[in-house]
Write a protein that binds this ligand. Structure first.
Ligand code: 4AD
Ligand code: MG
Length: 473
């Protein structure tokens, strides 16, 4: 009788001992004596291994020699109650087939390799406990995000990856071209007429502008897709290719936006606590002892809502009392991550939603506040209804804003910043034809993953990281 393969995650829940079962997976470890071998087999469905007990007189030496760390096996046997394996179930093997042997140059053979070593072998690191856990959590977080927005009446909206507009205006775009660069270099000039799109085109830094078209038609949308930034920042928080979630909602104001950001993040964190227990426990033991505690605390705490000007006053007060920072933080400065972390980790000890930033340090599309703020006893320049959600360990996890819906005000921002108008006409049409108040935000998926897994480097929460000078696997 042919039996169907059982996934290890399902097998470990069963109690119908005595049944014949079939499992397939990769050898994690093998130990034993002259008479019997214990093989820890993992198939990726769970962090847990199943123990295979193989009596050596039943299997020839030839076969046993091939059962090394990393080899792929198909095992048939009897499911028995286990005493010593750490699981309730083990398999007394009756048949073992080696589907794929594994040479002793297998890069994941040794336990306890550094994360740097793992990155150099990113094509194989997925088979380790840590990266298995991270990837399963990543799937669960993606699922949670779709669940949340679907439950709340948002439509999943696909925005283009190739675009001609620089949404954030930071000039960090990867150009997309079919022009032959050697020939261009020889001729000494670029003729975009000859290029694929007949004009310069790039990979998108954000789906927001197209998302606004979606929201002003469907009411509420969200995007969830790859985003590209050619910023040359080799930090543990930046990728050149990352995934972003961007909801955009018609008729939403600043308070509702902050409510949404907070509710959404808490939903995702609670989802992980509920659905990724085994993997979180593993990461909590092996990577970050404070992880589960921190997740629970953030899920159960009210986020602080802090106007930028108030934040500056807190920071200046700390400086006056002797706290040292590397970078200055006067009104008008973009806060450095040391400032953000001071506010979140030391001062408030909880997530902070910072709002009402100086207009000059934020993107052109943010709605301008009606009044100029007071800070350090002085009236300051114009501010905008932008929100950054700042998290412990991470810094900025979300950037969002209410959008400027007034055509004239938006135009004047576009002009004063010298943004090429001819690329923007379609976006401006939203403000000409039935313009409406609206708001949205962008969550960096890998930043969320950093928080939820306790991993320290953003390169370790995406399977194949893209950073300056690395695109190997
Ligand atoms: O703050 P950002 O630049 O905002 C936008 O792109 C808006 N258009 C979003 C919107 O309102 N729809 O980016 C949003 C988030 C950041 O808070 C951060 O979490 C993440 O994207 N992010 C990055 N993540 C990894 N690597 C990078 N290089 C990132 N740049 C931004
Ligand atoms: Mg930002």
């Amino acid at each position: 009788m042919d039996i169907k393969r059982t996934r290890i995650v399902d097998l470990l829940k069963r109690t119908d001992f005595g049944q014949q079962v079939l499992v397939k997976g990769w050898v994690r470890t093998r130990r034993g004596s002259k008479a019997v071998s214990f093989i820890a087999l993992n198939d990726g469905s769970t962090i847990k291994n199943v123990q295979i007990v193989a009596d050596l007189d039943k299997f020839g030496e030839e076969l046993m020699k091939q059962i090394t760390t990393g080899a792929c096996l198909s095992v048939t046997g009897t499911m028995v109650e286990s005493i010593g394996s750490g699981q309730a179930v083990e398999i007394q093997a009756s048949e073992i087939e080696v589907l794929g042997t594994c040479g002793d140059d297998y890069p994941m053979q040794k336990k306890g390799q550094s994360f740097e070593y793992m990155r150099q072998h990113a094509h194989m690191r997925l088979r380790t406990n840590t990266f298995g856990a991270v990837m399963r959590i990543r799937h669960n977080m993606a699922f949670a995000i779709h669940q949340y927005f679907h439950n709340h009446g948002f439509y999943y909206f696909h925005t283009p990856l190739i675009t001609a507009s620089d949404c954030e205006g930071a000039g960090q775009m990867f150009q997309v071209t079919t022009l032959d660069l050697q020939r261009v270099a020889k001729s000494g000039k670029v003729d975009y007429d000859q290029d694929f799109f007949g004009k310069p085109a790039s990979l998108t830094v954000s789906g927001q502008l197209e998302g606004e078209l979606g929201a002003t038609a469907l009411g509420a949308i969200y995007t969830f897709g790859p985003t590209f930034r050619a910023e040359n920042s080799n930090t543990p928080r930046h990728l050149a290719e990352f995934w972003m979630i961007e909801p955009e909602i018609a008729f939403m104001d600043l308070v509702e936006l902050m409510d949404l950001e907070e509710d959404f993040l808490k939903f995702c964190i609670n989802w992980a606590l509920e659905h990724c227990q085994d993997d979180l426990e593993f990461l909590n033991n092996m990577v970050d002892k404070g992880l589960i505690e921190r997740l629970k605390s953030v899920a159960n705490t009210e986020f602080v809502r802090l106007p930028y000007s108030k934040g500056i006053e807190i920071l200046q007060d700390a400086i006056a009392k002797g706290r040292k920072f590397e970078f200055p933080c006067n009104w008008g400065d973009d806060l450095a991550s040391e400032h953000e972390r001071y506010l979140v980790e030391e001062y408030f000890k909880k997530p902070v939603i910072m709002t009402n930033y100086p207009k000059a340090i934020k993107a052109f599309y943010m709605k301008i506040d009606a009044e100029k703020p007071m800070c350090m006893g002085k009236q300051q320049e114009e501010t905008v209804q932008g929100t950054d959600v700042l998290f412990p360990q991470i810094g900025e996890i979300i950037g969002g804003s209410v959008r400027e819906e007034n055509y004239d005000k938006l135009m004047s921002e576009i002009e004063s910043r010298g943004i090429p108008m001819k690329d923007m006409w379609w976006y401006l049409d939203t403000r000409r034809f039935g313009s409406c108040p609206h708001a949205g935000f962008g969550l960096g998926f890998e930043r969320l993953m950093l928080f939820v897994t306790g991993m320290q480097n953003i390169r370790d929460v995406i399977a194949f990281p893209r950073t300056p000078r690395t695109a190997e696997f």
